[in-house]
Write a protein that binds this ligand. Structure first.
Ligand code: FAD
Ligand code: SIN
Length: 533
């Protein structure tokens, strides 16, 4: 028997959870999430969520900063939606119980981050994502019609008559198929495509891989944001040192203890992330030594209280955040591109919506403004839900699960654990792919190494693609296959964009070229691997 739910949500970060809270009012919602439900980029978000709620701020000012960071490539209508709806949905989040930091008079306290003209970042110390997740999960928990399946890895979108009507997924009991009136991809980012990343291990670009193989358009994938300040100590994880630290006065210094940013950028430590990352690399090359983030000129008690999570991670790595300069370096942090959507989360495949980091609404253009990502997930997760609830594109609810989940305790196993097809010996190791992406498709790119990387990625893709199409790959092989697929799409787009803009820097084309490249680069292979089911 085919399982059916009204609404399928893939992923349990901010975008998926925000959508689910509205969808549950109209029908049954099944959230499939491939790991522990709290394990998501959302759960690690530190600095905060931006919205024009503070004194002296307005959606117009927020839009201006977003457009400037996007370096000429933002979709302006999407930015307007983000900043205007952002006010409404962040207010709602606070009203629904998210506890952000407040000042002595009880008013919300707004932090400053790079490339923001005013203080507009709401935060919960340095663990804002965890607090937002807590608030959204408590709303979801109140909804009898939401069911969450953990360790449920979606491996295929079901396509019939060119429309998405469900997904296939795997868990430790076997392979399942579930149908729905509408499917929301909220699978997050793809930092794991690169050797150095701030992202947790779930961030393997699965949504892009799934959607692209189902024939959806993917766009702007040459634009990866490299966060300048990830911990860079031998043997330590690439833990993020939030941009909010620089917003609160932290300096970048070289080994001699000299501040260097203003020699490269007038805005100093608060220039946009691509500019700070490149200035740090230039200083490292100039001195041949690491660069550091330091707060030792600030009050130590305040530093430890304002950034407790970061202070704890630094302590484990042997540094006192309040008194030691901490070695930092860039790491892949956020993918601006993704599955192309309209302003309501509709992809080019009917029945399939996307929201959050997996989506490309065009809101970030070539580079995302700090703390706009949580906001994007919140706003566009809610908007996608409105479409899924309506009678239009996705179709109205009304499936078997509409009455709620009572009686649905058992799971239909459509096939027992599959005989796992092995990837051929010519498939790469994961570290080979991530090394290649870091070295050739990383912070700076140029034609020859991109071409070499693409021919390698093409060969690796040929090795993994049959496994994706056939299904049944082990979790590790699927992860590898997704990293290869997304890495290849990123490299191909990076080769096509012969200019430097936002997060995409070409050493052979160091200038921005508005005449030829004020365009979005997309790819779509209709029906390449999307199986009609
Ligand atoms: P995620 O929160 O990543 O959720 C994705 C979900 O999809 C997960 O539950 C995952 O398990 C699931 N999933 C993935 N693939 C599959 C599959 N095949 N099958 C089933 N489930 C699947 N942004 C800000 O705005 N402010 C910040 O302060 C901030 N700080 C950050 C700090 C760090 C360290 C990192 C890594 C990111 C930060 N970001 C920040 C970015 C922001 O956190 C993310 O872009 C945002 O949370 C993405 O939300 P999402 O809902 O789209 O995806
Ligand atoms: C950070 O806290 O520096 C991350 C903020 C973001 O990615 O927007």
């Amino acid at each position: 028997m085919q399982r059916r739910t009204d609404f399928l949500v893939i992923g349990s970060g901010i975008a998926g959870l925000r959508a689910a809270t509205d969808l549950a009012a109209a029908g049954s919602v099944l959230i499939l999430t491939k790991a522990d439900p709290d394990e998501s980029n959302t759960g690690y978000a530190q600095g905060g969520i931006a919205a024009a709620l503070g004194p002296g701020d307005s959606p117009a000012l927020h839009a201006a900063d977003t457009l400037a960071a996007g370096d000429g490539l933002c979709v302006e209508a999407a930015v307007r939606v983000l900043v205007e709806d952002g006010v409404r949905y962040t207010r709602e989040l606070v009203a629904n119980g998210a506890r952000f930091d407040r000042d002595a008079s009880g008013e919300l306290s707004f932090g400053r981050e790079g490339a923001h003209g005013v203080r507009r970042v709401m935060h919960a110390a340095d663990a804002t994502g965890r607090e937002i997740g807590r608030a959204l999960w408590s709303q979801v928990a109140e909804q009898a019609r939401v069911r969450v399946e953990r360790n449920a890895r979606v491996t295929r979108l079901l396509i019939r008559g060119r429309r998405c009507h469900g997904v296939a997924y795997e868990d430790d009991q076997g392979t399942h198929e579930v149908e729905a009136a509408a499917v929301l991809l909220a699978t997050g980012g793809a930092g794991q495509v690169f050797r150095e990343t701030t992202n947790p291990s779930i961030a393997t670009g699965d949504g892009v891989t799934l959607a692209w193989h189902a024939g959806a358009q993917v766009t702007d994938l040459e634009f990866t944001q490299f966060h300048p300040t990830a911990l860079s100590a031998p043997g330590a994880p690439r833990f993020l040192l939030s941009e909010a630290m620089r917003g609160e006065g932290a300096y970048l210094v070289n080994e001699a203890g000299e501040r260097f940013m203003t020699r490269y950028e007038a805005a100093g430590e608060l220039a946009s992330r691509d500019l700070v990352s490149r200035a740090m690399l230039a200083e490292q090359q100039r001195t041949g030594r690491p660069v550091y983030l330091t707060m030792r000129h600030l009050d130590a008690t305040w530093v430890r209280a304002r950034f407790p999570t970061i202070a704890a991670a630094c302590r484990v790595a042997g540094f006192d955040l309040a008194t030691d300069p901490v070695p930092v370096g860039p790491a892949a942090h956020y993918v601006m591109g993704g599955v192309e959507t309209d302003l309501w989360g509709r992809t080019t495949v009917p029945g399939l919506l996307a929201a959050g980091e997996v989506a490309c609404t065009g809101v970030h253009g070539a580079n995302r403004l700090a703390s706009n990502s949580l906001l994007e997930g919140l706003v566009f997760g809610a908007r996608a839900a409105q479409v899924m609830l309506g009678p239009g594109e996705a179709g109205a609810a009304g499936g078997a699960g509409g009455a709620g989940w009572a009686g649905w305790a058992g799971k239909e196993v459509t096939s027992s654990p599959p005989a796992r097809p092995a990837l051929p010996a010519r498939a790469p190791s994961e570290i080979d792919v991530r090394d290649l992406m870091w070295n050739s498709v990383g912070l700076s790119r140029e034609r020859a190494s991109l071409e070499t990387a693409i021919s390698q990625l093409d060969a690796w893709y040929a090795a993994v693609a049959p496994g994706i199409a056939a299904g049944g790959l082990s979790a590790a092989d699927w992860r590898l296959a997704s990293i290869v697929t997304v890495g290849r799409l990123m490299a191909r787009a990076a080769l096509r964009r012969e200019e430097t803009r936002g997060g995409h820097a070409r050493t052979d084309f160091p200038a921005r070229d508005d005449v030829n490249f004020k365009v979005h680069i997309g790819e779509r292979i209709p029906g390449a691997h999307g199986r009609e089911t």
